[in-house]
Design a protein around this ligand. Structure first.
Ligand SMILES: Cc1ncc(COP(=O)(O)O)c(C=O)c1O
Length: 377
């Protein structure tokens, strides 16, 4: 089944009891048992819920995995995956990672003696150097947030295999429509489904997909034990979002390419970060491992003052955290998504005060460009 068809026909797509074409919201905590100690398919909604199960089956399909898991947020998904490890273990992580993932590893898991080394995984040789005897996993994000760096997933899978590590990929930016890391050798793929998968700025959720039965069993055990599950109403919103994921991603990418070309012409813009541009250092790898470059673009206008004044003048660009929605969202990573990263570390990474991040939506691209033009004048 091709990706676009999977969005509609993947996983569990209707209700076996009623034939309802839209999987119903099973708003129940528990399930009647015919005999004590002999439950049916469902027993208690932390352990399993039919609406959540439909979502979990479709994300497994979209990611070419065998099992999926839905959590109350992307961070809930990452936290649950980290529970696979033990005190004393070590993780190698992409340096330009989402600020919340950095905060989780550096200020929460660190207290439980799960340590992390951050490296520029777009340079694979740096990854091998960072591996220690207690390293258990490589955790990468590609493209990264907000600098859109590209890491070679194949190469990371090779390194992970050689050193007996799990390869975990945060696939939030690329989406399963454009990139399927499990097919490129990753062991675990995860998403902030609050972004493109939901797609309408109306739900906070996390998803995980795996292809090994042993990992599926362990993650289900953690999901049920730690309990960071997604509720049925939010699971239903994601099921609905997924049906249009392919169409939204195509429209978003088309707009983003046009905006990237427009920004290249602007003298106020000193750098543009978009893997779809031939000059982007990760362009060739992105082309090989994904079928699209996505809808995230960052650009530098040189100073905090210039960034603030641009933001004030824009009409169609909603100033907000988050990304991946139908409306174009704009943010200043240094003050918003990446504020939890210390200033000196941001400087090292290249996240300047004049860096602006766009999550391009599905509006008419001419309106978006006219708006940018008037704001830049
Ligand atoms: C790449 C990435 N991963 C994970 C997360 C965390 O997801 P959530 O906000 O759903 O907890 C985010 C949130 O912005 C993100 O951008």
């Amino acid at each position: 089944m091709k990706a676009k068809t999977k969005m509609i026909h993947g996983g569990i797509t209707s209700d076996e009891h009623t034939g309802a074409v839209s999987v119903p919201i099973y708003q129940t905590s528990t399930y009647q048992q015919k005999q004590a100690g002999n439950p049916g398919d469902y027993e208690y909604s932390r352990t399993g819920n039919p609406t959540r199960h439909a979502l979990e089956s479709v994300i497994a399909d979209l990611e070419n995995g065998t099992a999926g898991f839905a959590f109350g947020s992307g961070m809930g998904a990452i936290t649950s995956v980290m529970m696979l490890f033990e005190a004393g273990d070590h993780i190698v992580m992409t340096d330009d990672i989402y600020g919340g993932s950095y905060r989780l590893m550096s200020h929460v898991w660190d207290q439980f003696h799960l340590s992390t080394t951050y490296v520029d995984t777009s340079h694979s040789e740096e990854v091998e150097v960072a591996i220690q005897p207690n390293t258990k996993a490589l955790f990468i994000e590609t493209p990264t947030n907000p600098l859109l760096k590209i890491t070679d997933i194949w190469k990371m899978a090779e390194i992970a295999k050689k050193h007996d590590l799990l390869l975990i990929v945060d696939n939030t930016f690329a989406t399963p429509y454009f990139q399927q890391p499990l097919s490129l050798g990753a062991d675990i793929v995860l998403h902030s489904a609050s972004k493109y998968i939901g797609g309408h700025s109306d739900v906070v959720a996390g998803l995980v997909a795996v292809k090994s039965d042993a990992l599926a069993e362990s993650i289900h055990f953690i999901q049920n034990s730690a309990g960071a599950i997604l509720g049925p109403q939010d699971a239903w919103l994601l099921l609905r979002g997924i049906k249009t994921l392919a169409l939204r991603m195509e429209a978003i990418e088309q707009n983003t390419k046009q905006i990237a070309a427009f920004l290249q012409e602007q003298k106020q813009v000193s750098s543009i970060y978009y893997p779809g541009l031939a000059a982007h250092p990760g362009h060739e790898i992105a082309k090989q491992q994904a079928t699209g470059f996505g809808g995230m673009i960052s650009f530098d206008v040189g100073s905090e003052k210039a960034a603030d004044s641009l933001l004030e003048r824009l009409q169609y660009f909603t100033l907000a955290e988050s990304l991946g929605a139908v409306e174009t969202l704009i943010s200043i990573p240094a003050k918003m998504t990446h504020a939890s990263i210390p200033p000196e570390r941001r400087k090292e990474l290249g996240i300047t005060d004049g860096l602006i991040r766009l999550s391009v939506g599905i509006e008419d691209s001419e309106d978006l460009m006219e708006d940018l033009e008037q704001a830049m004048e």
